[in-house]
Ligand binder design. Structure first.
Ligand code: RIB
Ligand code: CA
Length: 308
């Protein structure tokens, strides 16, 4: 079994990514650690617990940082719904997270099995950055860290230059990107191209007819409304599931090794991921950037994992 640890700001697309990992027959999810992002920490924890229960698993869910390192949280409830899960009336209260802070769980789980554990991050990098500050050996102990975040080519989704996960806690992202950790980056541009689900494709997923497909499609309701109103696009993007698909099977993408730096601080470039495409700065590359993820392979994998 491959061993994963997933750090998530659980909202609608995170939940689908969690479901994919939890239902992958050759993956054991050691723990899920939660960070504030798309929604505040408490609903994010509840959303993760609900998803684990839906999948019939006992995977421990640990709460982490309730805000970015230096900033107040700017959440994405206007995108994913007030409850983060499309506001479709799911019972998202009353479940109990496991004991132990997410930061300690990340350190203890990964550093007690050097080279064994894949870390997949689906939200702001606050938990991972604090874990690195507390235990820098984390960077060499993790097998690899697959990050949903950044925009390497196209404009961002939160500012013209930044993607949400990096923008929300750019100082954390800078710490992670400069840590020496083996990083795979699945950026926003791949989400909106290879990770985009049209309504026709969505109907096919829903027609699989399991509780998993009903859940995965149903919780995208507010995202569909938001995208249509704000961009005119009909359908929805699945950034976190796309990153999870790359973590599950890297052969669905091409990886290009590049230098990627994060702009911390305030100002118009806050949270930008600057990719040195031609290596003109002469800095050592630090990230494998996913380019041209196969939309077909992604959707095939997703559909398979939504079956009974
Ligand atoms: O920008 C994409 C990120 O924000 C993902 O983490 C996803 O959950 C979204 O809302
Ligand atoms: Ca997320």
């Amino acid at each position: 079994m491959r061993r994963f640890l997933i750090d998530t700001d659980t909202a609608s697309d995170d939940a689908v990514a969690l479901l994919m990992a939890l239902r992958s027959p050759d993956v054991h999810v050691e723990a899920i650690t939660v960070v504030a992002g798309n929604v505040p920490l408490e609903p994010a924890v509840q959303n993760a617990l609900y998803t684990v229960e839906l999948c019939g698993k006992q995977t421990p869910v640990h709460a982490g940082l309730a805000k970015p390192i230096l900033r107040d949280l700017e959440d994405g409830r206007h995108v994913h719904g007030y409850d983060g899960m499309g506001d479709i009336g799911l019972d998202l209260t009353g479940r109990t997270p496991a004991e132990g802070h997410a930061v300690d769980v990340i350190i203890d789980t990964i550093c007690s099995s050097p080279g064994e554990i894949t870390l997949v991050t689906l939200g702001p990098l606050s938990n991972v950055a604090v874990a690195l500050l507390k235990e820098p050996r984390l960077a060499e102990c993790v097998k690899e860290c697959v990050v949903m975040g950044g925009c390497c080519v196209l404009p961002g989704n939160i500012t013209p230059l930044a993607e949400f996960n990096i923008y929300v806690d750019p100082e954390a992202a800078k710490i992670v990107f400069e840590s020496g950790m083996p990083l795979v980056l699945v950026g926003w541009e791949e989400s909106i191209t290879s990770g985009f689900i049209t309504m026709e494709e969505s109907a096919k997923l829903e027609a699989i007819g399991t509780k998993y497909s009903e859940f995965a499609v149903g919780i995208q309701r507010t995202l569909i409304d938001y995208l249509e109103k704000s961009t005119g696009m009909i359908g929805y993007d699945l950034p976190d599931p796309l990153a999870m698909a790359v973590a599950l099977d890297a052969s669905i993408t091409t990886l290009e090794r590049k230098r990627v730096d994060v702009i911390a601080g305030d100002g118009p470039a806050r949270g930008q991921t600057v990719v040195d495409v031609w290596g003109v700065e002469g800095q050592p590359p630090n990230v494998d950037v996913a380019v041209k993820v196969s939309a077909e392979k992604f959707q095939t994998m997703l559909a398979e994992l939504l079956k009974e």
